[in-house]
Design a protein. Structure first.
Length: 380
């Protein structure tokens, strides 16, 4: 049951280490990414391949095949997500349709099929219908059945319900996020029953799925976690609540703003400000915090403000300014988050800062800088 594609940790950097001058020679973004794509470590390999696929270069399809044929499900998933961003292009659709018919990890194949539902793919529907019926273990059936159900296979729903009801799922958070976004309210009774005895690591994702699909009973588990005396449990709950697209999230975030922990309070305030596009002073204050994790959160949510259609132009500009400032932050993780946000927002005019990061001693930052430079250069 636990043998699925577990979520790998992000490639992190130790900001306490000195940053000596490194002899990296003349680096080009393409060189950085193609080198990382051959790493023995799946984390940089996956990130580099994702950029090589998404930047629409002439070899994008070849890199996509490399990712989908990789031995590590983590890398395969990166390929699936990068290709999904290119749908409904025929090339991306063909590659994903082929992939769902392979014998690879069912959770990654299910993720591909779930995204193909937007194209009403007959090929994917047929292959997934066969795939979930050929499996014998519920934890392997579940992701394939969800994708099949999204593509119109009504017979897949009872099998999916059984797996959810019994909690027979791999520790796959992305699968439960897809389930929460499926809109399939017929899964609610199974979620309610399974929430009582599912693996502890999946209780909060179950609660999120309940709320997302229209059952307010999931809110109780989220409130309990946010009220915990253990800071780490509160922060984990905020990771989920901050991504929840439901009015309940604002209520929970307001509650968390009164938490005794400075980290929890600030996290909740930043997430709420990103949703309401109000109270921009919190971002300035957070960027001056000595804790790099707080500054990293400030960048993440400032980018959301800059994308918020309800934000004023002034707030959008303020959000973009936070991201630009963070590209030169002394902490590597903050700079990494800023480069991701730069890509998300399509912020041009940041080449100097990106080229400095392209020569950083940490491979993770070089990859982000290379990907940002190529992505921004290929943008219309």
């Amino acid at each position: 049951m636990l043998g699925g594609c577990l979520k790998k940790p992000l490639q992190t950097v130790d900001s306490t280490l000195p940053e000596p001058e490194t002899e990296l020679g003349t680096l080009l973004p393409e060189t950085v990414l193609t080198s990382a794509a051959q790493s023995t470590d799946p984390t940089p390999r996956a990130r580099a391949l994702s950029f090589l696929i998404s930047t629409n270069g002439p070899d994008a399809q070849s890199w996509a095949r490399v990712a989908l044929e990789d031995a590590d499900p983590w890398v395969q998933r990166a390929g699936v997500y990068a290709l999904a961003e290119r749908l409904p292009s025929t090339e991306a659709k063909d590659l994903l349709e082929h992939f769902v018919g392979t014998d690879g990890d069912p959770y990654v194949r299910g993720a591909a099929g779930y995204r193909l539902a937007s194209t009403e793919s007959v090929v994917a529907a047929e292959r997934l219908a066969e795939a979930w019926r050929s499996e014998r273990e519920l934890w392997r059936i579940a992701p394939l059945a969800l994708a099949a159900a999204e593509l119109g296979d009504t017979e897949a729903v009872p099998a999916l319900q059984q797996a959810i009801r019994r909690g027979e799922l791999a520790l796959e958070i992305d699968f439960l996020k897809d389930l929460a976004g499926s809109g399939q309210a017929e899964l609610l009774p199974a979620l309610r029953e399974g929430a009582d005895w599912v693996e502890s690591e999946l209780r909060l994702p179950y609660a999120i799925a309940l709320v997302s699909l229209g059952d307010p009973s999931g809110e109780q588990a989220l409130r309990k976690a946010l009220g915990s005396s253990h800071v780490q449990e509160c922060l984990e709950a905020l990771d989920y609540v901050s991504e929840l697209d439901h009015p309940t999230a604002n209520t929970l975030l307001r509650k968390a703003r009164s938490n005794p922990s400075h980290h929890v309070r600030t996290y909740a305030a930043l997430a709420l400000a990103a949703r309401t596009a109000d109270g921009m002073d919190i971002f300035t204050e957070a960027m001056g915090d000595s804790d790099p994790e707080i500054r990293e959160l400030a960048v993440r949510f400032a980018a959301q403000v800059a994308q918020n259609p309800n934000a004023s132009r002034k707030s959008m500009r303020s959000g973009s300014a936070v991201v630009s400032e963070a590209l030169s932050d002394p902490n590597a993780s903050v700079r990494s988050e800023a480069m991701k946000a730069t890509v998300t927002l399509g912020l041009h005019g940041q080449n100097d800062a990106l080229h400095r990061n392209l020569r950083d001693q940490y491979e993770a930052l070089r990859i982000e800088a290379a990907g940002a430079l190529l992505t921004l250069d290929s943008a219309p």
